[in-house]
Design a protein around this ligand. Structure first.
Ligand SMILES: [Cu+2]
Length: 479
């Protein structure tokens, strides 16, 4: 099996190759979304552009029953909110757009602002005047007759009460389509950035310093660091070496290991090596097995790796309910997961000497400042998995969150080869795998179907929202 650093490189080079394919696929849905927009609504929506930190134009005039076509031309998420009403847009990601229905507003003048904390004070305000709008009164009347005047903004919850021909339904549908399309466009734009190495990612393989006696020493600093979870959402993450998940430590069975932890957090910490066979005094549960590692001090964990393969995690145990969820988690691996070579399982055959093109950690989280995420990133900033047709991928799931997550891969099955790093005597195929907190599953995927395949948590509120795809979603792109 290839070493982590080689797999990362191949992932990047393949991502470049498949990017064009994915963009071509998206263009179809994007065009369809724009075409339908012109057919719905009373009069053309009035264009409004958001940026850092202003709303243009500063004076907006809309006929009664009209709407705003809001585009975010900035580099962070913004919204439009209308003072004294329930009318507001969702948070719109950079490059995204949304239509804001104003048909619930009586003629008059209103204040418009961005409700993202701090943005109003930075200048994101404008004035909105609703005219008496005789030109569009017929359509507005129809909206009110159907009871949809309460559907202003992004209240999607009652759309099921509307007829498919209701203009309000069409406007809401347009918003829903736009939110899905906008997110997917961003995801593909980020795929390009990943391929170009422009995104700071977690799970970076950590190279040890090798001491004279062969000991592999890994230097780690825990600190609170700015971390971009999704476009424009920068949080104060708790990190090892500045990344979420922290560095991927991989050693060989029998290696002498040192992990030197420098604590620059505001609270004490420790490292628990979860699922790794270490002596009791290296188990990292302060104050039971060691003293607290106080802020601005260091501690060195020393142990000999077991003589067999293990697939574990390393994370804080001291107030893990805050520290881990905020980002103090990473992968610790001893050797390689054993594969069931030369066997056939239902629809998948694992050849003798199977070559794994990529070994991919997939670390799940759902709380703290990181929130619903895959490898410390939320859709649309999740990294896609790019493969060539015929590749065998080894995906290791790690759940560092508070809830179980049923991870579902479209079309290609997952052959579960190990649970918590222990090779299964009888591997089995599944398309959806429930991964509970603390659990690890290793799955072999034979990427044999060309296309862009969704790969997501199937608790649907972990992967979709009124704002489109969200959180625990990525894609397997097979070329
Ligand atoms: Cu989930």
């Amino acid at each position: 099996m290839s070493a982590p650093n080689q797999t990362m490189l191949s992932r990047v080079s393949i991502a470049i190759a498949v990017f064009a394919l994915a963009v071509a696929a998206l263009a179809v849905s994007g065009d369809r979304g724009s075409a339908s927009s012109d057919a719905a609504g009373p009069g053309a929506p009035v264009a409004v552009t958001l940026s850092e930190f202003k709303i243009s134009p500063a004076t907006i005039t809309v006929p009664k029953g009209g709407s705003l076509a809001v585009t975010n031309g900035g580099t962070m998420a913004h919204n439009v909110t209308i003072t004294g009403t329930s009318v507001k847009s969702p948070d719109i990601a950079p490059g995204g757009s949304a239509t804001v229905d104003l048909s619930s507003l009586a003629p008059g003048t209103y204040e418009v602002y961005c409700a993202v904390p701090g943005h109003k004070d930075s200048g994101m305000t404008a004035s909105l005047t609703i005219g008496d709008g005789s030109a569009s009164s017929a359509t507005t009347g129809a909206d009110q007759a159907s009871g949809s005047q309460n559907m202003a903004g992004m209240d999607m919850s009652a759309v099921g009460n509307l007829s498919p021909s209701d203009p309000m339904a069409k406007r809401i549908n347009k918003q829903l389509e736009d939110s899905m399309s906008g997110g997917v466009k961003q995801f593909l734009a980020y795929a390009k950035k990943y391929a170009a190495g422009e995104i700071k990612t977690g799970n970076a393989p950590l190279a040890p310093t090798v001491l004279a006696d062969g000991t592999k020493r890994f230097n780690v600093t825990a600190a609170v660091t700015d971390w971009e979870v999704s476009p424009g959402k920068i949080v104060k993450a708790w990190t090892y070496n500045g990344i979420v998940p922290g560095p991927w430590i991989k050693v060989n069975p029998g290696d002498k290991v040192e992990v030197v932890l420098r604590n620059e957090l505001p609270i004490s910490t420790d490292i628990h090596f979860h699922g790794v066979s270490v002596p009791n005094d290296m188990d990292g549960v302060a104050p039971i097995t060691q003293q607290y590692i106080e802020p601005l001090t260091s501690f060195t964990y020393k142990f000999t790796a077991p003589n067999h393969s293990e697939l574990g995690m390393w994370h804080a145990h001291m107030h893990g309910q805050t520290a881990v969820l905020n980002g103090l988690f990473a992968v610790f691996q001893v050797g390689d997961v054993a594969l069931p070579e030369g066997r056939t399982f239902n629809t998948m055959t694992v050849p003798n000497g199977v070559k794994i093109s990529q070994e991919i950690p997939m670390v799940l989280n759902d709380a703290g400042v990181i929130g619903l995420s895959l490898n410390g990133k939320a859709f649309p900033e999740t990294a896609p998995i790019a493969a060539k047709k015929g590749d065998y991928l080894l995906i290791n799931f790690f759940n560092e969150g508070l809830q179980g997550h049923p991870m579902h891969l479209h079309r290609q099955s997952q052959l579960i080869v190990a649970k918590d790093g222990f090779a299964l005597a009888e591997p089995y195929q599944a398309d959806t795998i429930w991964i509970g907190p603390g659990e690890r599953y290793s799955v072999l995927v034979h990427a044999d179907e060309v296309g862009t395949w969704a790969f997501h948590c199937h608790i649907l509120t972990h992967s979709e929202s009124d704002a489109g795809l969200t959180g625990m979603v990525t894609a397997l792109i097979v070329q």
